[in-house]
Ligand binder design. Structure first.
Ligand code: SF4
Ligand code: SF4
Length: 365
């Protein structure tokens, strides 16, 4: 058998494109937003493709996937797109299918929207169900925020788009670092060391080597019979609560029901328009984990979006609005308290920032 047939991995995405996309590949001339959640692409060949974008649950039952595929089979030539922004896009060359798709997804409970000057789909990581390091349940928060802000998803009359992202911890699989509003799970205490588990179930050198901030040191414990056993100790000020050690060794669990919660960051964006890309910045260091509806988090997000929507100029993203009015005015308007937690005292931050491509050559030492 030839080697290329033995290889595995993701198939070439071009094999997955429907005819009406592949024959216009690289030839798209323009696109137009027809109504919230519906847009039209026009090709140089004159072909048109209509897209209906919907929000999506963060976890989908296989039955729901089948029902989504049934809609794609009926109206989209069997193709459907799950986007990196956690939307579902149904694309069709037939204009008449647009209303039929909207009706079909409506029956499934999927809202149409998230285009143009709207709240776009909320991106999240997997949270409590699948990951071992979360400080909060990202999909649960996303659902609660979505429910409250759904009108902003279905309309497109905000000053600009607003991207909201949720990550269960600072590993940021939810890509919160450049979002208009970022909700980030926060651990506030280092992992707890269970010496018995560490010494019997873990490879201590690997555990020490796994820590990116050198916070883990070896420790020898004298046992009752006089023999020594190996364990570790954690230098708390160096720990950044990343949970990597827990992935290596079950003897250092990080989750803590009392101390884990959610922080709120604002003003980030990826786009290079006007001031360029920007990181989100901390505005609330800690909100409690009040599952299943996180009322404190939801109220905070709604307040930020409402005030920004009322005061921003057309096309002014969240961060641009804050830069114009000033951070002090932002904190005053929102009623947020500025605390010592807003001062970046992470001991490696300057060194780490100097490793970033965008900050090389700056004054930072
Ligand atoms: S961001 Fe953290 S909690 Fe979420 S999936 Fe990644 S490692 Fe897990
Ligand atoms: S949580 Fe991260 S920084 Fe803290 S000890 Fe474990 S690996 Fe090191």
């Amino acid at each position: 058998m030839p080697m290329d047939e033995l290889d595995f991995g993701p198939p070439d995405y071009k094999d997955m494109l429907p005819d009406y996309i592949s024959k216009n590949y690289g030839k798209w001339k323009c696109h137009e937003l027809l109504e919230p959640g519906v847009f039209k692409h026009v090709s140089e060949t004159g072909d048109e493709v209509y897209t209906v974008r919907t929000g999506a649950p963060k976890f989908i039952a296989s039955q729901t996937v089948r029902e989504i595929c049934d809609i794609a089979d009926e109206y989209c030539g069997g193709c459907v797109r799950f986007t990196a922004k956690h939307s579902i896009e149904f694309m069709t060359p037939e204009k008449d299918n647009v209303e039929k798709i909207k009706e079909a997804v409506g029956k499934l409970g999927l809202p149409v929207g998230g285009t143009g000057n709207a709240m776009h789909s909320i991106v999240t990581c997997t949270g409590w169900v699948h990951c071992h390091t979360p400080a909060t349940d990202s999909p649960g928060i996303a659902k609660a925020v979505y429910d409250e802000l759904l009108p902003y998803f279905q309309r497109d009359d905000l000053p600009a788009r607003v991207n909201i992202a949720v990550s269960g911890c600072l590993n940021m699989c939810g890509a919160v670092h450049c979002s208009d509003i970022a909700l980030l799970g926060m651990h506030r205490v280092p992992p707890k060391v269970n010496d018995d588990v560490v010494s019997t179930a873990c490879e201590v050198p690997s555990l020490i080597a796994a820590c990116p901030t050198y916070a883990i040191k070896p420790k020898m414990l004298k046992q009752e019979d006089g023999t020594m056993k190996k364990s570790i100790q954690i230098d708390a000020p160096k720990c950044m609560y990343c949970g990597i050690c827990y992935g290596i060794c079950p003897g250092v669990p990080l989750a803590d029901a009392k101390n884990d919660g959610v922080s709120v960051w604002v003003g980030g964006k990826v786009s290079s328009t006007r001031g360029g890309p920007a990181f989100s910045r901390l505005v609330i260091p800690f909100l409690p984990n009040n599952a299943p509806r996180w009322p404190e988090v939801v109220d905070t997000v709604k307040k930020i979006v409402d005030v920004w929507a009322a005061e921003a100029k057309p096309d002014e993203r969240m961060g641009e609005w804050i830069e114009r009015i000033g951070w002090k005015a932002f904190f005053d308007k929102m009623g947020f308290e500025f605390t010592e937690k807003h001062v970046d005292d992470y001991i490696f931050s300057v060194r780490d920032m100097n490793w970033g491509a965008r900050l090389k050559g700056t004054e930072l030492k």
